[in-house]
Ligand binder design. Sequence first.
Ligand code: PRP
Length: 213
Amino acid sequence: MSNDTISIAVSKGRIYKEALPLLAHAGITPTDDPDKCRKLILDTNDPQVKLIIIRATDVPVFVNYGAADLGITGKDTLMEYDGSELYEPLDLKISPCKLMVAGPKGEDFLNTKGRLRVATKYVNTTRRYFTERGIQVDIIKLYGSMELAPMVSLSDCIVDLVDTGNTLKANGLEATDHVCDISSRLIVNKASMKMKHDRIKQIISQISEAVNK
Ligand code: PRP
């Protein structure tokens, strides 16, 4: 990509779909549909702007290394990633949900005696949360379907995203403790912010206008 190009890494799926109106407000509309083509870098109506559609967890990696100038992904993902080359200037307020402790009904995990087994994909956030409360935990890293873990005695509880609560309910579990609220954020590579300051500032301010409309 040329030095004048602005690349935006966007988490595929729901976040991508909810980010489209915000990007449109900044004059950025993809001319390819990621559901219909296998292209990984999408052209937009602005020849100087490209969208890179990737997994949520890869977005901060691309932006931290400067492989993308900007990124859009969930706060859950950003809390797990320790990047020194990132700014997080904007809460996009899209894809809102909560990070919760959950498990079989009627349990009080924060007052358990002995070590607690917690299954999650959010290892760092989970460790911080329980350590701050003086609770010793063994964390089991999973990559999806966390709700299964307590059902098959892999863990006592889970730390996972809860939106409607339907997945917990369908599996006989309940949310017990609120870890934090989650929404998608705009992130920026620090060097890009310096080198492409005017265009990036303009994009941030236009997206911010759309968020606060
Ligand atoms: C997410 C999350 C929960 C579910 C919560 O999973 O991990 O399982 O959605 O949504 P709800 O409260 O509206 O039921 P996702 O579908 O992203 O798949 P994953 O289990 O592979 O992470």
